[in-house]
Design a protein around this ligand. Structure first.
Ligand SMILES: *Cc1c(COP(=O)(O)O)cnc(C)c1O
Length: 362
């Protein structure tokens, strides 16, 4: 006899992390190309010396710093072991067997897995021209809907919905359905029409905004993210579903150091470099005949499609890049997501993309 697992596990889509091939350039996981800022690294080292002690399970000091930064009471704030963990806690807190969780598709790979593990039903609403179709999401709400994920900018397409559309959508969603606005890439947004979700919390009591230190702040390996809940009861539900001591002391120290004024300008410079490189890569790809949507994140998206319409064969393109020492994220039959790296890395990617455009496999 073998151990009996829940049947849901057999049908679960696997989370496929970006591959790590030694010696290759990794443009597959939307990470920052640079290590932690020097003073952040110092604080990480200092915090590591206290690793014999359990961390503060409430991340109190970090909550206070976030409270100041966003001018919001600590009772609205939560910290988690990466914002993906907060996504999971929010689904666990709101949805179980027979309940529905709505999100756009294709979007963040973790949403369907988290939903299925909770025993809830995923309702995937197709993107429209690579963008979250908010009217269609609103129309998909039923009396079983408990939570809606809006990934803005969307991973993996990089597209973002404008503020007007977002508020129209929020006006339509019943106030007892939690809307989780996943802003993992907010720091890279340059389009002024794309509203910062934290500015909407006072208007929508069912809104939760998620942010992370993994992307712009460059702390992906430490696992720390945070959330702002319009309703303190939602923040409380996140605390209730947290694994004790889930956020390490080292991660808390690094996040705190990253919020200090000293870090502000350096991080802003890094973000500005990514944004400039994003424009350069986008233009170069378009000049070569690729079609791609405007990205508001730290990656670009090449959709699957016939080459004469600027599309790619995702699997072939991914393999072609890998053969040239570059790891990108190919979603078979759907498209390829390429993280913006350093200028030199992006040059290597562009050179590969030019070659692939010319070859039948591209
Ligand atoms: C990367 C990412 C996250 C979160 O990452 P953590 O490392 O868990 O904080 C959340 N949402 C989306 C859409 C992402 O792409």
């Amino acid at each position: 006899m073998t151990v009996r697992m829940r049947p849901v596990l057999a049908a679960l889509p696997a989370y496929v992390p970006g591959r790590n091939v030694p010696g290759s350039i990794k443009l597959a996981s939307n990470e920052t190309a640079y290590g932690p800022l020097p003073h952040v690294l110092d604080r990480i080292t200092a915090a590591a010396a206290e690793a014999n002690r359990y961390p503060d399970t409430n991340s109190s000091e970090l909550l206070r710093a976030l409270s100041q930064r966003f001018d919001i009471g600590v009772e609205h704030l939560v910290v988690g072991c990466g914002s993906v963990s907060l996504c999971q806690q929010l689904v666990q807190a709101t949805a179980g067997h027979g309940d529905e969780v709505i999100f756009g598709w294709r979007s963040f790979e973790a949403y369907p897995i988290i939903t299925a593990v909770a025993g809830a039903q995923a309702v995937q609403v197709p993107l429209r021209e690579q963008v979250y179709d908010l009217p269609a999401l609103a129309a998909a709400v039923t009396d079983r809907t408990r939570l809606i994920f809006v990934c803005n900018p969307n991973n993996p397409t990089g597209t973002a919905v404008p503020g007007v559309e977002l508020t129209e959508f929020l006006d339509q969603v019943p106030s007892d359905v939690l809307v989780v606005l996943d802003e993992a890439y907010r720091e890279f947004v340059t389009d002024e029409k794309v509203q910062d979700g934290t500015g909407l919390l006072e208007r929508y009591p069912n809104l939760m905004v998620l942010r992370t230190f993994s992307k712009a702040y460059g702390l992906a390996g430490l696992r720390i993210g945070y959330g702002l809940a319009a309703d303190p009861a939602v923040a409380m539900a996140v605390r209730q579903t947290q694994v004790p001591f889930a956020v390490t002391h080292v991660a808390q120290a690094a996040a705190l150091a990253s919020l200090e004024p000293e870090a502000g300008q350096q991080l802003a410079d890094r973000v500005a470099e990514v944004v400039a490189e994003r424009s350069r890569v986008t233009s170069a790809l378009r000049s070569a005949g690729y079609q791609l949507p405007d990205s508001e994140a730290n990656f670009v998206w090449l959709a699957e499609g016939p080459p004469e319409q600027g599309g790619v064969d995702a699997t072939a393109f991914g393999a072609g890049c890998e053969a040239r020492g570059l790891i990108v994220r190919a979603f078979a039959g759907s498209g390829v997501r390429i993280t913006i790296g350093t200028a030199a890395e992006n040059d290597k990617f562009l050179a590969a993309a030019m070659e692939l455009r010319g070859s039948p496999a591209g």
